[in-house]
Design a protein around this ligand. Structure first.
Ligand code: NAI
Length: 414
């Protein structure tokens, strides 16, 4: 079996992590149990590009229990947990991912995962979908899924241009994904990444959050919860109003740049923190990004204007500018929660990966019936996931009575 990982001897360490994740992913365990009985993926190959974490490991086990053959690559050069990669290889999954791989190696691995000739493509950020759509690549794919907001932007662009070669389920857009993973998962793990990377004291710090979408809301909320003073920057007037009414200061990045002690970008857009912002920052400012791609903080510009560079800690680099100010970059400007911490906790990935697993089954079940378009996960699946999760948490909720249903759908009674 072909694979490329750091060291197969790390498998035992990976298995301990998987054991820990398994304890916290009860909903996915239920899906796995059902897949083990029905084998929906028997005879099918799935190519996957996801952050190689313990939670992704649990998803791989779930798909494998359903009969799939799997090739897995990293969601990002810094996010791979090498022990998990080794444990999965021992279970017969072709993994092509090494923590710290170069951009060139990352791209070679993407192609290895694609060369597997998949029926289904599961992606996070759409690099695998993009590779499958590159000129000259012949793929005979039944359908795919996409995990994150930035990936949805890209597949929607493919759909708009009429170049999409297969249907894709926008996993990110399920309620049981973005409402929890993007907001609470990223909120907690980004805080975790900043703390692990710097061990800085958060209370009283002036934090600037770029973007107040689902991720930005979670990040701002959690830093505020730790006692930080939070400024939000936005381009959308509704989100800016919401941030203001949630109690945050809202201003332009040009103004925030002078005030911030910690900057966290979360927009899915590029050029959020650029050279002129950096030149105006306070000495000691910390820069981090939690958006999917490393385009939000202009790291190239930072390198270009720096007269001195040192690596201070794992995942923390110091750049001294001509004006003598020192700026500190976390995780090379890549996803700080995955580069400097472990990504989202298992409990929240439980929801996201139920969506991935059931979406993969859905594209197979609907083979031939879906157009080459981007689809939302059907509402009944989304609701079912929420219901399974609530049950696993021991939470019961009320149900509408017939009388209430009638009242809510009638216009005669006020
Ligand atoms: P979203 O679309 O809900 O929010 C993005 C926000 O950024 C919007 O409110 C938009 O108006 C704002 N924005 C766009 N350009 C801006 C600019 N130039 N300046 C200020 N604000 C700007 O997207 P969501 O779900 O919050 O995702 C944001 C990013 O985080 C994406 O790249 C997504 O893929 C990524 N993501 C990362 C995760 C992680 O584990 N770190 C988890 C989930 C998503």
């Amino acid at each position: 079996m072909d694979y490329k990982i750091k060291d197969i001897k790390l498998a035992d360490e990976g298995n301990l992590q998987l054991e820990w994740a398994a304890m916290h992913m009860p909903a996915l365990a239920q899906v796995r149990e059902s897949f083990a009985k029905t084998k929906p993926f028997k005879g099918h190959k799935i190519s996957v590009l996801l952050h190689v974490t313990k939670e992704t490991g649990m998803l791989m086990r779930c798909l494998k229990a359903g009969g799939a053959e799997i090739a897995l690559g990293a969601g990002n050069p810094l996010s791979t947990q090498d022990g998990i990669a080794a444990a999965l290889v021992k279970e017969g999954i072709r993994v092509f991912a090494v923590n710290g791989e170069s951009v060139k190696e990352y791209s070679e691995n993407v192609h290895k995962v694609l060369d597997f000739d998949p029926d289904i493509i599961i992606d996070d950020g759409a690099d695998l979908h993009a590779a499958a759509h590159a000129k000259g690549v012949k793929v005979d794919v039944i359908g795919g899924t996409e995990e994150t907001t930035s990936g949805i932007h890209r597949i929607k662009a493919m759909e708009k241009e009429g170049v999409l070669k297969y249907p894709i389920i926008a996993v990110n857009n399920a309620n049981t994904k973005f409402l929890f993973d993007n907001r609470y998962g990223t909120g907690q793990s980004t805080l975790d990444g900043v703390i692990r990377g710097t061990n800085i004291f958060i209370p009283g710090k002036q934090v600037v959050v770029g973007g107040y979408g689902w991720v930005g809301r979670g990040v701002a909320m959690r830093f505020k919860g730790m006692g930080a003073r939070v400024i939000v920057t936005e381009v959308d007037p509704f989100k800016a109003l919401e941030a203001s009414m949630d109690g945050f200061d809202v201003m332009k990045m040009d103004d925030a740049a002078k005030l911030g002690e910690i900057f966290i970008t979360a927009t899915g857009d590029l050029d959020i923190v650029i050279q002129r912002h950096m030149e105006n920052m306070r000495d000691g400012a910390i820069l981090a990004n939690t958006g999917h791609f490393d385009v939000e903080v202009d790291v190239k510009a930072l390198r270009a204007i720096a007269v001195k560079h040192r690596k201070l800690r794992e995942n923390l680099e110091e750049y001294t500018l001509k004006n003598g100010k020192r700026l500190y970059l976390l995780a090379e400007g890549r996803l700080v929660n995955l580069g400097a911490a472990e990504g989202h906790p298992s409990e929240v990935m439980d929801l996201s990966f139920c969506n991935q697993a059931l979406s993969a089954q859905y594209v197979l079940d609907m083979h031939g019936k879906l157009k080459k378009e981007v689809y939302k996960i059907p509402e009944e699946i989304d609701r079912m996931i929420a219901t399974i999760k609530l049950k696993s948490m021991g939470i019961e909720i009320d149900t509408l009575t017939e009388k209430q249903k009638k009242y809510l759908s009638a216009w005669e009674i006020g």
